[in-house]
Design a protein around this ligand. Sequence first.
Ligand code: UDP
Length: 249
Amino acid sequence: MNEIKRELLYKGKAKDVYKTDNDDEVLIKFRDDITALDGGKKDTLSKKGAYNALISSKLFSVLEDNGVDTQFLNLVNVDEMLTKSLDMIPLEVICRNIAAGSLLKKYPFEKNQELVPPIIQFDYKNDEFHDPMLNDSIIIALGIATQDDLDNIRTITLKINEVLSNFLKERGLLLVDFKLEFGFDKDSNIVLGDEISPDTTRLWDADTLDNFDKDIYRKGEDGVVDAYKKVVNIVLTSEEKDKWNVDNI
Ligand code: UDP
């Protein structure tokens, strides 16, 4: 166990954020809690936190290697990421390559329709208002971000989509859709924060279209943690799996 001085700053639905003795850094602990349906369905699934921390840190490292600025600094324990402290923007930036989930409920897309170019959508991260979808005018009027910020976020999101879609496709997975959160660092740069894991993406087997993500839990099916473990095994190198002793988490 790598011990860092900590004080709880914020408890989210599946992660805790701790202050450290360095004001520029926060520690993010991935808990085993899982929620869906606007908080209406909740469970605790052993090992889920560790698997999501391993997947997120790997995908953030891949993004950093490809020139995308992320909050990620280091995985300090198997379920704890040390990160740059960010002033978070309350937006859920959703990017979609294939029509699934709420898009099919709200609009007349065909199931599994390919979306070229990808759809980028902004939802307001606000439980009281149930995360409504926003547009640029509403975001600017609410003072959440400027037009320049939004243009910048769209450009970074498309780059992230390209890098991660390619990385996952080479490993037999389709990146169907995903949610990102951004924040400002101390120099006012827009930086990717939060997590990218099977809790926040739809990942399908490229051949069978079986899913390896939170949809398993949303549908009330078994095997969600086994699916997350498969993603860990797909994205990590054998050295990384040995380092974190993945088979014995
Ligand atoms: N998503 C998320 N958090 C949210 C809403 C959506 O991480 O609060 C992710 C979700 O896992 C999926 C993508 O964003 O990968 C698009 O989700 P969608 O709008 O289809 O909503 P859902 O069907 O998940 O309710």
